[in-house]
Design a protein around this ligand. Structure first.
Ligand code: AMP
Length: 637
């Protein structure tokens, strides 16, 4: 079947189309109603059906592939490598599930997972799925402040964590960060389950903290059956940044997600049972949920979980070829990474790409940020396999735009993530009139018309109103889902993404809200006002840059004082939000550019930082403000 026909069917006959895809997973009770959008924009997929993500990812494979590899945990931080078969994975997940149950976790309870990239993190996620508990994984690079706000919003019964993570050989103790986050949060979890890697000492809180090893040993042989859940029950929430300082809990279902992932593994990633999938992302991000843990396992593939930099070997010596070494060793067929990672590797000796036998590899998927042509060409030439750009969001759970080579081989175009995937009615609308732009290369907001396909977010956790108001009411006169990305479509239907329409920035493929960073900075006693913008960066795509109006004007003329305050501000952000959010520079100015109504002109600041024309400034209150931005950039280099 041609992809055009496949796509058309998904749009014109969604029930028949998705009923067929639903056969890719195991159901305890088959779905009674494929699509229910009677409460649009809320959509219920596969109502009446009961299933379980853990069953589909693990138990289901025990019949045919119990002894095949399921999870390959590699850490170049600790120099360890361990292969778990589906049978081993089943046993470990069961033990963690039994431990969580012993700590009071039941169906519908939340479990917050704050873990490094170790196998136990995947065990914990799958254990939650097994019990019907809602997991909420928080990226291990986040610090106490970010963690606290997520604990408060998710209200977990139990938090699962570890003594420490490690990055570039530097141990980062998690437990003190977690203790501080729990102290800051109004909600207190009843218990904390801790994996001790022996990297950092831990102080255990009496009655609250439990060592996983002891509990798991106690429940070594405890049977924990998968709880059959309604397809429309909640599988997990994952927090993502938006325009406000308060992150949103993106909530996902069980049945729709399982079907969407199974279908994407077949039609998009073209991965087969018995093969190996390697995604270099982190379980703290949506890619980690969909394409480190659930997607590959549902497809019966082995999945590699990698802890470490792409430039260090298992012997902990510099090794820019480690990923390719793993591709060779585990015969990886499908690989998934981010453009930033490739830009890091580009600095390595290109001969490293030729050193290993990469003949098993069929494609490298890249997502998370715009893929620039030089990077795409470099890696494409080096690997000799198709490089497949794919565009999606935490909210969608799986690719919105790419090519579906599992359906029909379709050429990619440099600079474009591709064409709309089945189930997605993607349109480009005029941002202020809401009118559809149908001409080639007309720039507008990329939107999705409902009903959104299976796997797409159900709502914002605990906040249906925010879901509707934030995502569905941002384009005037239309009830459509806004991606908050600018885009164009060329004459052949290929889309090009041109950056965000909101205050979200993308640092090394990680999504950050400038407002969150601003809130952290404005909490500093010496800061009067602050604006944070994303500025183009050759390696990371974007970096955060802060412009601060100090309370004490003397800082402006005193470079020593400015440097000291810059350091303090950077530290505050790193301590509260995590190193990822730390601005690359903090510049000091006497005034920030604002409209007469007091709105910060972030886009004009960003343009000045990138040496572009700041555009229409008729609404600016004080034009000298931009001059100050220019001067601060010139003087504080
Ligand atoms: P996240 O929710 O963290 O996955 O971030 C989603 C955002 O990252 C999107 O709204 C885009 O702005 C950006 N993004 C993701 N993938 C791509 C891509 N392939 N090309 C361009 N931008 C992308």
């Amino acid at each position: 079947m041609s992809y055009a026909d496949f796509y058309r069917r998904s749009i014109e006959a969604p029930e028949a189309f998705w009923a067929e895809q639903a056969k890719l997973i195991d159901w305890q009770t088959p779905p009674q109603q494929i699509l229910d959008d009677s409460r649009a924009p809320f959509v219920r997929w596969f109502a009446g059906g009961t299933t379980n993500l853990c069953h589909n990812a693990v138990d289901r494979h025990l019949v045919e592939r119990a002894d095949q590899p399921a999870l390959i945990a590699v850490s170049t931080e600790t120099g360890t490598e361990k292969v778990y078969s589906f049978r081993d994975l089943h046993a470990e997940v069961r033990r963690v599930a039994a431990s969580l149950a012993a700590l009071g976790v039941g169906q519908g309870d939340r479990v917050l997972i704050y873990m490094p990239m170790i196998a136990e993190a995947a065990f914990a996620m799958l254990a939650c799925a097994r019990l019907g508990a809602v997991h909420c994984v928080v990226f291990g690079g986040f610090a106490s402040g970010s963690l606290a706000s997520r604990i408060e919003d998710a209200e977990p019964t139990v938090v699962v964590s570890a003594d420490a993570g490690s990055r570039g050989g530097k141990v980062i103790a998690y437990k003190p960060l977690l203790d501080e986050a729990i102290r800051l949060s109004k909600h207190k979890p009843a218990a904390v389950l801790l994996f001790d890697r022996g990297l950092a000492p831990m102080d255990l809180a009496d009655g609250r903290d439990h060592l996983a090893a002891a509990l798991m040993e106690k429940h070594r042989d405890t049977e924990v059956p998968c709880v059959w859940l309604d397809a429309t029950d909640i599988s997990y929430t994952i927090y993502t940044s938006g325009t406000t300082g308060r992150p949103k809990g993106v909530q996902r279902d069980v049945g729709g997600y399982a079907v969407a992932l199974a279908a994407s593994m077949k039609h998009i990633f073209d991965g087969n049972a018995g093969e190996t999938y390697f995604s270099t992302s982190d379980i703290g991000w949506v890619v980690g949920h969909s394409y480190i843990v659930y997607g590959p396992l549902i497809a019966g593939m082995a999945t590699i979980m990698y802890e470490g930099l792409p430039t260090q070997g298992l012997d902990r010596q510099p090794n820019g070829g480690i990923w390719w070494q793993l591709v060779e060793k585990y015969k990886v067929t499908v690989m998934f990474s981010a453009p930033t990672a490739v830009r890091v590797l580009k600095k390595q000796d290109p001969a490293l790409l030729k050193k290993y036998d990469l003949s098993s590899l069929r494609a490298l998927f890249l997502a998370g940020e715009p893929l620039d042509e030089p990077t795409a060409r470099w890696i494409s030439d080096g690997l000799g396999v198709p490089i497949i750009d794919n565009y999606w969001q935490t909210e969608s759970g799986w690719p919105i735009l790419t090519v579906a080579n599992g359906v029909e081989r379709t050429p990619s175009r440099f600079g474009s993530p591709g064409i709309p995937m089945y189930g997605y009615k993607v349109k480009i609308l005029h941002e202020s009139t809401g009118e559809e732009l149908t001409g080639a290369n007309e720039k507008g907001v990329v939107v999705i018309e409902g009903p959104t396909p299976p796997g797409f977010m159900q709502t914002v956790w605990k906040d249906d109103e925010r879901f509707v108001n934030t995502y569905w009411k941002s384009v005037p006169n239309k009830l459509v889902y806004s991606t908050f990305d600018w885009g164009i479509r060329d004459e052949d239907g290929y889309y090009y993404i041109l950056g965000r329409t909101d205050d979200v920035i993308n640092v090394a493929g990680h999504r950050l809200g400038t407002r969150e960073i601003e809130e952290s900075i404005s909490g500093h006693a010496k800061v009067a006002e602050v604006a944070v913008v994303g500025v183009a960066d050759a390696l990371k795509g974007q970096v955060a840059m802060a412009f601060v109006v100090p309370r004490d004007g003397a800082v402006l003329g005193d470079s020593q004082a400015a440097l000291a305050l810059e350091g303090e501000v950077m530290k505050q952000v790193a301590d509260q939000l995590g190193a990822l959010a730390r601005p690359s520079r903090v510049h000091f100015v006497g005034i920030l550019p604002k409209t007469r109504s007091g709105k910060l002109l972030r886009r004009a600041i960003q343009a000045v930082c990138e040496g572009r024309d700041p555009g229409d400034l008729t609404t600016i209150e004080d034009p000298t403000a931009l001059q100050q931005i220019r001067q601060s950039l010139a003087s504080q280099t």
